[in-house]
Design a binder for this molecule. Sequence first.
Ligand SMILES: [Cu+2]
Length: 316
Amino acid sequence: MNETVKTLLIGFALGIALALASTARAKTVEVNMTVRELEVPVDNKGTKQLMWTYDGTIPGPLVRVTEGDVVDFTMLNHEDNKNSHSMDFHAAIADVLDEFAEVKPGATKKFKFEAKYPGVFIYHCGASSMAEHISRGMYGVIIVDPKEGYSDAFPKPDREYVLVQGDLFSEGASVDQRLDGESWVGSLINGKVFHYDPVHDANASLSLQAKPGERVRFYYVNANINDPVALHPIAGIWDRVYDHGNPHNVSQGVQTFAIPPASGAIFDLVPPGDRATNNAIVDHAMTRALRGAISVLMTNDAADPKLGRGDKLIVR
Ligand SMILES: [Cu+2]
C-alpha cells in the first residue's frame, strides 16, 4: 500500500470514529412538568397572587441539555386547573398546531424534539390568551450547551446564574389590560420583584454571589409580554455577550445589550480580582429597573461556594 492510500485510509477511519463518538454522546433527556394554577409569593414580603406555573414555580424548572440531545417531554395539565395550557419550547423545531397544541385540565401532552441549536431559550405556554398565560408566570428556560464544549472563544465559567425577567400585573388584571400595559405594577426577576436586591428592598434576603476575579455567566431570558430588556451590569462591562447564547454570536466589551421579548442571551462578567466589589444587574429602562428589575451581584471572599453551581443556578 502506498503512503497516500495509507494516509487516506487512516483519515477515513478517524472520521468514522469521531462521528460515532459524537452520536454516542447525544442522549435522550426525559422532561416532565405539571401545570399548576396556584397562589404564589410575588415579592420578598410574601404578597401572594394567583399565578399559573410549570411545576409550581416561576420560572418553571430549568431544562439543560447538550446540542444534539433529544428532549422527551411530557406535560400534565393538573385536573384541579381551570384553563387549558400548552408548552412552546423555543429550542424546538416542530408544528405549532401539533406539539404545541393546548390540552384541557386533566389531560397530558407528550412530544419529542432534537435540540439542534446551542443557546439559551425561553419556553412558555402558548394557550390563548398568551398575554395572560405568560404574564401569570408560565415560562422557563432551556439551556442547550454547545456540543463542542468550552474553548478560548467560550471559556468555562466559575459560576452560572439563570435570571428570567417577567411582568407583574395587579391581581385580577384582564387580558385587554395586560395587552395594553395597563395595571402593570412591576418587574419580576425569577418570580419576585427585587428578588435579589437588598439595596432597594429591605425584605430581600437573597443576592447573587461570586469571589473576586471569577468569570460569572448569566443566562438572561426576557419573558415580558411586550417590553424589551436593556441589560447592563452597573459598575461593570460585559466581558462577552453571546447573543441567543450561541458561542458563534459573540460581542466583547458591551455596556448595554437589548433582549427582545421571548428571547435570551448569555452575559459574562469578570469582576476585579484584587478587591471586593458589587454590581447591579439592571434592566436600564428606568420604569422596569425601579419597579423590580435590579439584581445585586456581591463579589467578595466570603461568597457562598454553592451559589451559581449545581442545582443553584436559579437561586430561590
Ligand atoms: Cu397556560
